[in-house]
Design a protein around this ligand. Structure first.
Ligand code: ARG
Length: 466
C-alpha cells in the first residue's frame, strides 16, 4: 500500500496550508480495513450516478463513463492490480481518485449530492445485508444437519441432566432438537435485524440532505433497499443496526458455545457419549493418546470476541452527539470480525454436526446408572393412590437402598421394592425401563420417540420453506 504524501490532500486540500502529519495520516486512515467493502462502495456509486443522470444532474454520457470506470476498478481490485493508498484515507476516496485518473474530470462529478458520511453508512448496510444472508444460509445448513441427525436418533436413549447430574432419561434426538430450537430463534433474530439494516441512508449527504433534486426512492430501489431513511441526521450517525447484528451474533455464539461445551464433555473419556471424526480433532505433540475436540473448544473460545465487539459498538455510540463523528469509523473492525467469527464457527458446526455418532450403549448405560427412572416410580405410586409427596419419600428411600446395594431401581426384585411400599406390583417394571420412561412423555414438546420424530418433521418442513 502506498503512503506517499507530498502535498495537501486533494479531497480537502483547499482549506489546508500544510500536509497531514505522516503518523496522523496512518492513524486516521481506514483503507487498511474498509477496502473490504469495495464491492458495496462501487455498487452504491453506480446507483448514485444512475440516479443523478435520471434527475438530470449528470448527462447519460457522464453516467456511462462513471459506470464503465467503476467496473474496471472493480475488476482491477479483484485481480489484485489496484494500488491502495493510505494517503487517500479510505476505500471511498481511493476508488474515487482512481476513477478520476481513469475517466478524467467526469470522475470528480460522482460525489455530487452525497458525502462520505451517507456513502459509508450505505456501504456498511449493503455489506451487512449480504453477510446476514450468507450467515443465515450457514445457519440453515447447520439446522438441516441437526434435524436429520435428531430424526435418526429419535429412539436413542441418553441421560437428561439438571445440575449436570443425571435427571431423567431423554432421547438423543430430543436433546438435539433443543439445539435446533435455539438456532431457530437465532435465525429469526437475524431476519429481524435484516429488516432494519435494509434501509437506505444515501441522500442524507453530510448531515442535512442536499440541494440537488435527488430521487432517493429510485436509488433505494436500484440497490434493493426496502426504503430510504426518514431523517438525514439519524441516517449518517446511528449504528444501532450494527449493534443489533452484533447482539444477534452474540446470541448465536452463546448457543454454539453451550453446544460446544456439551460436545467437549461428551467426547471426554469420562462421558464418552459420542465420537467426533478425526478430521474435526487434533492430537497432542507430547501425549500420543490424545484426540482433542479442537473445533468445539475454539468455537467456545471465539464467543468471547463477539461478545466483546458488542460491547465495543455500544461504547462507541454512547457518547456521540448528532450527527456523524469520526468515532464511527471504529465500527468496521468489530463488524468484520463478528462476521468472520460467525461464518467460520457456523461453517465448522454445519460440517461437523452430521458426522457426530452417538455411542448408544454407553449413553444407555449412563442413563441406567443414574436412577433416572426415579420420577417414573414416583408417578407410578401416585397412580396407585399415594400422594406425590409421600411417593417422593418412598422413592428416595428406594434410591438410597440402590446406592447401598449397587442396584438400579429396575434391577431390584419385586420383594426388594415392596419393602418401601406394598402398592408396588409386577406392573412396576414397565415404568422402570428406560424405553417405558421416555415413551410415557408423549405430548407436544416431550421426549417420547414418536414426539421427537414428529417434531423433527415439523422442523425440517419449516427449514424447507426458507
Ligand atoms: N472512513 C470514514 C468512516 O469509516 C468515512 C466517512 C468519513 N467522513 C468524514 N467526514 N471524515 O467512517
Amino acid at each position: 500500500m502506498s503512503t506517499s504524501n507530498n502535498s495537501t490532500n486533494s479531497a480537502w486540500g483547499g482549506r489546508f496550508s500544510e500536509a497531514t502529519d505522516a503518523f496522523v495520516q496512518r492513524f486516521t486512515a481506514s483503507v487498511q480495513f474498509d477496502q473490504r467493502m469495495y464491492a458495496q462502495d462501487i455498487q452504491g456509486s453506480i446507483a448514485h450516478a444512475t440516479m443523478l443522470a435520471k434527475v438530470g444532474v449528470l448527462t447519460e454520457a457522464e453516467r456511462d463513463a462513471i459506470i464503465q470506470g467503476l467496473g474496471e476498478i472493480k475488476a482491477d481490485i479483484e485481480a489484485g492490480k489496484f494500488e491502495w493508498s493510505v494517503a487517500l484515507e479510505d476505500v471511498h476516496m481511493n476508488i474515487e481518485s482512481v476513477l478520476t485518473q481513469k475517466i478524467g474530470i467526469t470522475g470528480k462529478k460522482l460525489h455530487t449530492g452525497r458525502s462520505r458520511n451517507d456513502q459509508v453508512a450505505t456501504d456498511i448496510r449493503l455489506y451487512l445485508r449480504d453477510e446476514i444472508d450468507a450467515i443465515s444460509a450457514e445457519l440453515t445448513r447447520l439446522q438441516q444437519g441437526l434435524t436429520e441427525l435428531a430424526e435418526r436418533e429419535a429412539d436413542t436413549i441418553m441421560p437428561g441432566f439438571t445440575h449436570l447430574q443425571t435427571a431423567q432419561p431423554v432421547t438423543f434426538g430430543h436433546h438435539l432438537l433443543a439445539w435446533n430450537e435455539m438456532l431457530e430463534r437465532d435465525y429469526a433474530r437475524l431476519q429481524d435485524c435484516r429488516k432494519r439494516v435494509n434501509i437506505m441512508p444515501l441522500g442524507a449527504a453530510a448531515l442535512a440532505g442536499t440541494t440537488y433534486p435527488i430521487d432517493r426512492a429510485y436509488t433505494a430501489q436500484l440497490l434493493g433497499f426496502d426504503a430510504p431513511t426518514e431523517n438525514s441526521l439519524d441516517s449518517v450517525s446511528d449504528r444501532d443496526f450494527a449493534i443489533e447484528f452484533a447482539s444477534a451474533g452474540s446470541l448465536i455464539m452463546m448457543h454454539l458455545s453451550r453446544f460446544s461445551e456439551e460436545l467437549v464433555l461428551w467426547t471426554s473419556s469420562q462421558f464418552n457419549f459420542i465420537n467426533l471424526p478425526d478430521r474435526f480433532c487434533t492430537g497432542s505433540s507430547i501425549m500420543p493418546q490424545k484426540k482433542n475436540p479442537d473445533v468445539p473448544e475454539l468455537v467456545r473460545g471465539k464467543s468471547g470476541r463477539v461478545f466483546g465487539h458488542l460491547m465495543s459498538l455500544l461504547t462507541l455510540m454512547k457518547g456521540q452527539p448528532l450527527a456523524y463523528n469520526k468515532d464511527n469509523q471504529e465500527d468496521k473492525e468489530p463488524i468484520f470480525d463478528v462476521v468472520d467469527t460467525l461464518r467460520g464457527s457456523l461453517r465448522a458446526f454445519a460440517d461437523m454436526v452430521p458426522a457426530i455418532t452417538p455411542k448408544k450403549d454407553i449413553m444407555r448405560e449412563a442413563a441406567i446408572r443414574g436412577f433416572s427412572t426415579a420420577t417414573d416410580l414416583a408417578d407410578y405410586l401416585v397412580r396407585k393412590g399415594v400422594p406425590f409427596r409421600d411417593s417422593h419419600e418412598i422413592v428416595g428411600k428406594s434410591v438410597a437402598y440402590g446406592v447401598k446395594t449397587g442396584k438400579d431401581l429396575g434391577q431390584m426384585s419385586l420383594e426388594e421394592l415392596r419393602q418401601f411400599s406394598d402398592v408396588i406390583n409386577d406392573d412396576v417394571f414397565k415404568v422402570l425401563t428406560l424405553e417405558g420412561s421416555v415413551a410415557a412423555r408423549n405430548h407436544l414438546g416431550g421426549t417420547a420417540p414418536a414426539q421427537v420424530r414428529a417434531a423433527a418433521q415439523r422442523a425440517k418442513a419449516k427449514l424447507a420453506q426458507r
